[in-house]
Write a protein that binds this ligand. Structure first.
Ligand SMILES: Nc1ncnc2c1ncn2[C@@H]1O[C@H](COP(=O)(O)OP(=O)(O)OP(=O)(O)O)[C@@H](O)[C@H]1O
Ligand SMILES: [Mg+2]
Length: 187
């Protein structure tokens, strides 16, 4: 118990430190051209066990010929992992799917689940630090409510945007987009 609690506190301190560094512009990203399909493969591998332990199907549908994006591979994985972990945490049955695709103007990664969803009036706040939707506040879920604010900052630092849509009781979709013209043209 004590060990669990210490781990949770350490995690909280690390997250807060990371967030304040980002806000002071002191976080250094190591930018390179990255293949999102590869990043997603790694993140999916890491979350696979947690999903199957919960009886959830985890499906990846990746267009492997999307343009590479200029970003920090490890940070990108961190963000995608956070979205997938949220989906596993807030889904009791059904499936989680991750899609990589491209439109005329952007590359996108969408993480969709059939979980508890987020109500319309709480949706605008999920990216705020420490915000946790009422129902998920109980200890059983264990989070601190910093994951999404860190994710949003990291995506913006890499020139992208993050969106959420959700329906209470039906599920949630998070989508990350990177505009092609801001990526110095596609490869
Ligand atoms: N896929 C999802 N389905 C339903 N609710 C979600 C989902 N993702 C996030 N949420 C809600 O948004 C809140 C904020 O998410 P966030 O990832 O920032 O925090 P957390 O998961 O509670 O903690 P942590 O800091 O460990 O990530 C969550 O507490 C939860 O209420
Ligand atoms: Mg989280």
């Amino acid at each position: 118990m004590l060990h669990q609690e210490a781990k949770r506190l350490q995690h909280l301190v690390d997250d807060l430190f990371e967030l304040s560094k980002m806000e002071e512009g002191k976080v250094s990203l190591s930018l390179e051209w990255i293949d999102l399909a590869e990043v997603i493969d790694n993140a999916v591998q890491k979350v696979q066990l947690k999903a199957s332990d919960k009886g959830l199907i985890l499906r990846a549908s990746l267009n492997r010929s999307t343009a590479w994006v200029h970003g920090d591979g490890l940070r990108m994985e961190q963000v995608i992992l956070n979205l997938l972990e949220n989906s596993v945490r807030y889904t009791e049955q059904g499936e989680i799917s991750i899609t990589l695709g491209q439109t005329e103007s952007y590359v996108f990664v969408a993480v969709k689940d059939t979980g508890i969803g987020i109500s319309e009036d709480e949706l605008p706040y999920v990216f705020e630090r420490f915000y946790r939707v009422e129902k998920s506040r109980s200890r059983q879920h264990g989070g601190t409510g910093l994951g999404l604010s860190i994710a949003k900052k990291l995506i913006e630092l890499q020139g992208g945007e993050i969106f959420v849509s959700s329906k209470l009781g039906e599920g949630t979709t998070f989508e990350i987009r990177f505009k092609l013209e801001e990526q110095g043209g596609s490869i």
